[in-house]
Design a protein around this ligand. Sequence first.
Ligand SMILES: Cc1cc2nc3c(=O)[nH]c(=O)nc-3n(C[C@H](O)[C@H](O)[C@H](O)COP(=O)(O)O)c2cc1C
Ligand SMILES: [Mn+2]
Length: 488
Amino acid sequence: MTLSSSSRPKDMRTWIAQLEAAGELIRIDKPVDPLTEMGSLLYQSREKALFFEKLPHGWRSLGQAPANIRHAALAFGATEETVVPLVAERMGKLIPPVMVTDAPVQELAFGKGEFDLTQLPVHIAGLRDGGPVCGCGLVVTKDPDTGQRNVSFHRLQIKGPNKSGILLYPRHTWKNYEKYQARNEPMPVAIFIGHHPLYYAAAATTAAYGLDEFEIAGGYLGEAVRLVKCQTVDLEVPADAEVVLEGYIPPHYREEEGPFSEFQDYYVTGTGKNPIVEYHHMTRRRDAIFKNLQNGSEMEGCVFHKIPMSAAIYRRLRDVGGGPNLHNVMVLPGIFGLVVQMTPRAYGEAKNLMLAALSSEYQHPKIVIAVDADVDIFNPAELLWALSTRVDPQRDVTVISGTHNHAMDASLTELGAPGTGLWQRFGSKMLIDATIPPPADPEARAAFERIRPRNPHLRLEDYAAEESLALVRSLSPLFFGSKMLGKR
Ligand SMILES: Cc1cc2nc3c(=O)[nH]c(=O)nc-3n(C[C@H](O)[C@H](O)[C@H](O)COP(=O)(O)O)c2cc1C
Ligand SMILES: [Mn+2]
């Protein structure tokens, strides 16, 4: 559904209202200390979003929104099972941004000395983190040669009233920075905090260098992103964000940064001598709401990795070998694994798709598993069951050695160091074909027909005693084989 141009643009406030209406938001009305308490509360809230109403200096903030794929599906107007194919579709529909002058995010402006980053409700996520890290700042930069814009996530460790660290994985923002560094010039940056989650999904989408992620955001939203000129740097930011920080990344300068609770559920990767950002200007809404993001496996940060990565790979696989019978793609916990759900048309076709999945825009995928349509890919027990009952290791497992892998995969050999363009990991990849024989071989396929009860439509609650009804209704609908009953 697209909004007409007269309706209110999607922002973090429309998202909060949507979450609340769907029963997906918990309000926290007790005071919470971002440095000692907030991370523990976010860490616990795997099902619901949290809205912190009493933070230091009068701030409010949203976290764990999306907390899971269900929330991400809500933001896209889809279901858990349809969200990835839908995002893959919208990825191809770029909508250019429009420039505006009425910008809620510029209601208030603060020059150097008039704001203090340490007074923002940035939280310390985990026990061994090096300090508070803003995980929800989206970094806007430009290629100094072409003026092409880039938007991406970068962890920002708060280091003082006007200074943060920044982790630049060697990709687009790094590429822009290297160009400024070669000229010995500081790179202007604008960082916006707090917006509709589809802006975050767009920033986490790895596309071609030179493609503006605000055009991707427009496609995801079904409406053009409203941009406004920054006040002190030659960059543009979304007019309907909550907070904007303007500053520079100085060339050639590095400082110790990290450790930080990262997406793999580990602290150390990325830690080292990393660049810094110096801030000289802040704008915000008068009643700005902050955004906190907790990383760690299966936390909000992972949802923002999973949706665009799964969708980009789904998009790529759709055309392998002239249109396979592809059902879904989902990134697994830890982000270096992937499941491809498909009905092979021929023996070996699953392997072809998995080879393509292991080599795409994304460096993360290391292990890929292919399963059939009858496996519920959102139920880890079903994935493990498919692995143990549908795989002949000598035939179905293939290891490809000597590959370039993601530099933040602690299980592989690291070369170079963070903060340099040489940072890398050298390792291998694995594909596991857990599909069953194709429909073209019905006899072999029949050995894998899953059991179903004789009357799959019967419901426990219609038979349970009155005093047991509450107990029956509290049961998780996600039990092994539940998809076979059409219950999900
Ligand atoms: C929650 C989250 C946190 C991230 N943190 C960082 C980071 O600290 N440094 C980094 O270089 N990339 C980080 N990324 C990855 C990039 O933002 C992402 O890969 C993006 O697509 C890169 O943009 P680019 O393709 O324009 O370079 C993060 C992604 C997510 C979803
Ligand atoms: Mn980019």
